[in-house]
Design a protein around this ligand. Structure first.
Ligand code: 13P
Length: 287
């Protein structure tokens, strides 16, 4: 059931668990995530970066596919279709396409410009029943060509953006996209606690979920994180399973070259990874 992410994240924050945002790349990804959410009776957020949207021939295609698949599979758990790290124009394209949630990433703008653009988009999104995420402080690493140096958010700026009426807020706390380097300093719980103190009941978002140790995830949830984004870990799970299938020569046995067979191990690996994360985040049976 396609819905905005507002209610599911309010409930998660109050219930001290987090809803996973899993980024999608194609039909297999989408189907694997939707089926796992339904099997585990968990709410879920499908994240679409602008790069992945272009890859799938545009956000209209993505919205049509997700809407049709949600219906065809008989999905009854709450599902939000969410733009990840949206530009100003990208937000409008996704609103028009029928997404149920957007993220406006104005973190690279001076704070006044971030405030002005976020304010406008909050009004438009809410008038149409969509939820909206904003970002303060940048998430480090690289995702689809968007590169961030990774700076911890200023709690006062978080309050300023939270007060604009956004539904959930991504605050940089030393998290980065992609794999964490050996010398990563870990999440800054000092920053997270200070942000949480300033923004009241606002659900906080932890980007860069790949590779964060379980105990840091638990602590982040205890400090107000109610949405955790995972992308790279599903890609790695898909890649490992596909590699094993090919290295075992299974693509050369019988009709093993059929894409429905070739992509099946990767599909199952994504399902297993999403299940592991939903259990870790505590969203199972919270639909
Ligand atoms: P990872 O690729 O590190 O899992 O991060 C995902 C993310 O934050 C999407 O916005």
């Amino acid at each position: 059931m396609l819905v905005s992410a507002t209610e599911m994240l309010k409930k998660a924050r109050a219930g001290k668990y987090a809803v996973g945002q899993f980024n999608i790349n194609n039909l297999e990804w989408t189907k694997a995530i939707l089926l796992t959410a339904q099997e585990l009776n968990s709410p879920v957020i499908l994240g679409v970066s602008e790069g992945a949207g272009k890859y799938m021939t545009g956000v209209n295609t993505v919205a049509a596919m997700v809407k049709a698949m949600d219906e065809s599979l008989g999905i009854t758990v709450p599902v939000a279709l969410h733009l990840d790290h949206g530009s100003y124009d990208g937000c409008y394209q996704c609103i028009k396409a029928g997404f149920t949630s957007i993220m406006f990433d104005g973190s690279h703008f001076p704070i006044d410009e971030n405030v002005a653009k976020t304010t406008e988009l909050v009004n438009v999104a809410h008038a149409l029943g969509l939820s909206i995420e904003a970002e303060v402080g940048s998430i480090g690493g690289e995702e689809d060509g968007v590169v961030g140096a990774g700076e911890c958010a200023d709690p006062n700026e978080c309050k300023m953006i939270a007060d604009l009426g956004v539904d959930f807020l991504a605050a940089g706390i030393g998290n980065i996209h992609g794999k964490y380097p050996e010398n990563w300093a870990g999440l800054s719980f000092e920053t997270l606690a200070a942000v949480n103190e300033k923004v009241g009941e606002m659900p906080l978002v932890l980007h860069g979920g790949t590779g964060i140790p379980d105990e840091m995830i638990a602590k982040a949830i205890s400090l107000g994180v109610a949405k955790i984004n995972v992308n790279t870990e599903c890609q790695l799970a898909f890649q490992e399973a596909t590699r094993a299938y090919i290295e075992a020569g299974k693509d050369q046995q019988g009709k093993g070259f059929d894409p429905r067979k070739l992509l099946a191990p990767g599909f199952e690996a994504i399902k297993a990874k999403v299940k592991e994360k939903m259990e870790l985040f505590g969203s199972v049976n919270k639909a």
